[in-house]
Design a binder for this molecule. Sequence first.
Ligand SMILES: Cc1ncc(COP(=O)(O)O)c(C=O)c1O
Length: 355
Amino acid sequence: MLPAFVAETDFPVPPAIRSAIDAALDCGDTGYAWPGSVAPAFAGFTRRRFGWEPDPQTIFEVPDVMAGVAQALQVLTEPGAGVVVNPPVYAPFFETIRTSHRRCVEAPLLRDAAGRWDLDFEKLEEAFTAGARAYLLCSPHNPVGRVWTGEQIERIAQLATRYNVAVIADEIHAPLTMPGIAFTPFLQGGGRARAVSLISASKAWNIAGLKCGVLAASPDIAAAVKARLRSIPTEIEARVGHFGSLATAAAFEHGDAWLDEECAHLRKNALLLESLLREHIPAARFVSPQATYLAWIDCSALGMDEPAKHFLTRGRVALERGNKFGTGGAQHVRLNFGTSSTILREIVARMARAG
Ligand SMILES: Cc1ncc(COP(=O)(O)O)c(C=O)c1O
């Protein structure tokens, strides 16, 4: 079986990350992470990459992005609060909201005739008007691959302010924005309040197993976030992986050139995937993503009961099941093209053979 479902890549980590971990091992530095050690590298990276330089006092390490989302929900909302999501969306959003004892409120994405997905601002405002207290924004969006424009981000911020809705922006895929596309960090605009952003080096530099994400808070809630992350018995900051924090600092400080190469390779792979699908599975619909290595493929015209199951049992290739992503996800699969062009060709060949 060829796995192309989990969101991690086949790329080896860059030398700078390897050296940081080797150096720690060589001197027996295998204890706890040091809170605060990632912030300067993170702020430098976001300044160079996105023109956004957060105050290091508002930046905190968390073990991973979803742990950060769960903590942000605790700080920003009360139990039972409605939290807006835009399905089809990263499946653990639903579970994290549920296990945090909050309620999921759906404002599904819109899809145009060309198969391009977009935010539905009418639905979003409806959800805010109906009393939702927070908005879990996926930006760039997994699985549809959209990078929301600066105007859209500003519009979200204005609506959130008007309805007093807290914004939790999951920006984990931001470093993987494709060449030529501009990513706008949610916290970049002026006067953001009651908002957090979660970014990590885990997707772009393939270090998810090392356990370190970054939570940036708007200045008005930074103290409350800090108190929450350091509270006993949760003490979230102490759960960050030491190698994760070393690797994350190295990636953000020294990983730009490697990341540029990766993004260029991913864009080539996206184009290759487009042409392979056109040639071998022409009824599948795919709009090339603006970020990430995740392809969201509409299989409704292929006449399969459950496309991912079909490709797995008949083609021995594992893709992510579309209906895990909620409303709008049925009859879709998510394919990971963060691999070599050779393996990508094999993935599509197996899908085509599945018939
Ligand atoms: C949008 C999004 N958020 C969060 C995660 C999970 O991140 P972490 O392992 O840091 O919790 C993923 C992983 O694919 C993701 O795509």
